[in-house]
Design a protein around this ligand. Sequence first.
Ligand code: S3P
Length: 173
Amino acid sequence: MQHNKRHLALIGMMGTGKTTVGRAVSELLDMTWRDTDQELVAKWGCSVAEFFARYGEERFREEETAMLRTCLEEQRLLLTTGGGIILREQNRQLLTQWAYVVHLDADPDEIIERLRRSEEERPLLRGDLSARVHAIYKARRDFYRFADLRVDTTGRAVSDIAEEIARAWREHV
Ligand code: S3P
């Protein structure tokens, strides 16, 4: 590899399938998989929602950046991230420098349907789910543009998406 981008990172809004696709990609490519949220939950011993309630979003963002740095120091990883990781310029720079970054995108209406089915607690989606998703999608759309590859997942099978990402990664390394 002629560059530092030794990791494969998946970014994207809540409900775009980072976890589901991440699992499939890690199996296809036989890569070690880490998820920044899961690492934080293991470190704290409480859920993301509980952490938000106790310490607030700003503190969560500090922890998220520190965890991103820790993960990027490891050997090659498939890294999945929380949907808001792209909000900090520092995180965007770190990802750009150390990872081949794939943005999973989806139509907001499909995101809403997926999130309705998911049982996970997401503190930023309290209230009117549809209104929150549309607002967050619009507010963050431009922050995802730094990715090396954008994959629209709307209406597609997980295996198909995972294969597209695996192909792009093989070309990258
Ligand atoms: C967040 C997304 C969540 C989690 C936290 C904040 C966000 O991760 O990090 O609730 O700001 O979009 P997922 O994208 O895995 O749901």
